[in-house]
Every structure is written in C-alpha cells, then in structure tokens.
Design a protein around this ligand. Structure first.
Ligand SMILES: Nc1nc2c(ncn2[C@@H]2O[C@H](COP(=O)(O)OP(=O)(O)O)[C@@H](O)[C@H]2O)c(=O)[nH]1
Ligand SMILES: [Mg+2]
Length: 221
C-alpha cells in the first residue's frame, strides 16, 4: 500500500464524539513510550504528524488520522505511565475499553511491544481484552534496531511464547529509525482495512486472536 495522503482529522476525549462516517478503522495501542507516535509518523511518512512526546501520559485522547482518503488510523492513548495523574489514569479504561468494545468498523488493533522489554503484564491484559472482544490484533515489536542481531530472534520467540502465539512470524519487527517492518505493517493494515467481509459487520461468531495475515507479512525487510 502506498501512502498517498495522510492528515490529522480530530482528537476525541469522549466516546460520544467519535466520527460518524462508517470508514474502516485501524487502532494502534501500547505502553507509553513504546514508540507509537514514531511508528505512526514513519508509517505515514509525515514527520511530526503524531507528536513524539517528551511528557507521555498527559492526555487521554483518541487521535484520528485519515489515510488515503479511505480509512482512519486511530492513535489510542498509551497505558502504563506510572507518573500520570490519577485522574488521567482513571479515564483510560472507560475511554479505550469502551472504544474497543463498541466500535463496529474497527478492523484490527496494532499492539506495540517494546523489543527490549518484551511482553509486560499490562500488554498481556490488553491482548487478553482484545481476545475477549473477538478483535483481530497484530503484534509489532518496536525499536527493533536496539537489539543486536544475535539477541533478536530469541526475543521474538520469547514474545511469541509470552503471547501464546503458535507462529513467531506473525510478529512484525519494526524500527521507526531504519524503517524495517514498515512495508510489512502497511501490507497487513491494507489487508485488514479492505477485507471484504468482516465479522464485526455481521451476526456471525467472529474469530479472535492475532490476525491471520497470510503472505502479507512473511516477506520481511
Ligand atoms: N532507536 C529507536 N528509538 C525509537 C524508535 N521509536 C521510538 N523511539 C524513541 O522512543 C521514545 C518514545 O517514542 P514515542 O514515539 O514518543 O513513543 P510513544 O510515547 O509511544 O508515542 C522517543 O525518544 C523516540 O525517539 C525506534 O524505532 N528506534
Ligand atoms: Mg506518543
């Protein structure tokens, strides 16, 4: 998928403010400081579109980016920032969980995991929630450039094990610095945004767990 256009559309702090058009949505979530803003800027090739923040955890906003005049990339507030004010931490759950549970046009959730830290308890809570909600999700290992070549495969296997994935190839190693994984992630997003049939659109029982991405993500950079 080529990025032809990308623009910031709106920030939402209440579920009642969510856009009403029935566009496909791809959400991005992860711990504060995991590299979410950097990943979005890298994917969309727009420096500074999503701010790379020095003070994480200050805002609880869902940021909407319109991509190719086609689908929304939704930047969800990061979790697990210990120094965030209590009032902010209290609003995270209802806002993010409410969005994930109710948003019918949500196609897939991109779950960011820090390559050096691996899977934390908060990450597991998130992936379990996504499974409970029968949402497809794609694990992405951010800042992969910080791992030495020798440590990297062991870490990927460890993350697959922690997430209970049968195939470690469903994890996308990513670096906003080198752009490794950019094409793989774009291909995965493209596939999910344009899938003709999506369980959330119907009354059929949806399948859950990491999205089956077929060949889209096997050819890594
Ligand atoms: N080496 C390296 N650093 C990164 C990468 N992505 C983000 N960072 C750094 O990690 C910090 C947090 O990044 P940011 O995108 O603001 O994370 P966010 O809080 O999840 O939005 C910043 O200092 C970034 O420069 C990456 O791919 N490689
Ligand atoms: Mg950020």
């Amino acid at each position: 998928m080529k990025i032809l256009s990308a623009e910031f559309v709106t920030s939402v702090s209440l579920l009642a403010q969510l856009p009403r058009e029935p566009r496909a949505e791809i959400a991005v979530v992860g711990r504060s400081n995991v590299g979410k803003s950097s990943l979005i800027n890298c994917l969309l090739r727009r420096r500074g579109l999503a701010r790379v923040s020095a003070t994480p955890g200050r805002t609880q906003l869902l940021n909407y980016f319109l991509v190719n005049q086609d689908f929304y990339l939704v930047d969800l507030p990061g979790y697990g920032y210990a120094r965030a004010p209590e009032s902010i931490r209290r609003t995270w759950g209802p806002l993010v969980e409410g969005y994930l549970a109710a948003r019918r046009n949500l196609r897939v959730v991109v779950v960011l995991l820090d390559a050096r830290q691996g899977v934390t308890e908060r990450d597991l809570q998130m992936t379990r929630l996504l499974d409970e909600l029968s949402l497809d999700w794609v694990p992405v290992l951010t800042k992969i450039d910080k791992l030495r070549r020798t440590a990297r495969q062991a870490q990927i296997c460890g993350v697959a094990h922690a997430l209970d994935l049968s195939d470690s190839r469903s994890i996308i190693p990513f670096s906003a610095k080198s752009e490794e994984g950019r094409e793989s992630l774009l291909a995965a997003i493209d596939g999910m945004a344009h899938k003709r049939f999506h369980p959330r659109d119907s009354a059929l029982t949806p399948t859950s767990g990491p999205a089956r991405l077929g060949t889209a993500v096997t050819g890594r950079s």
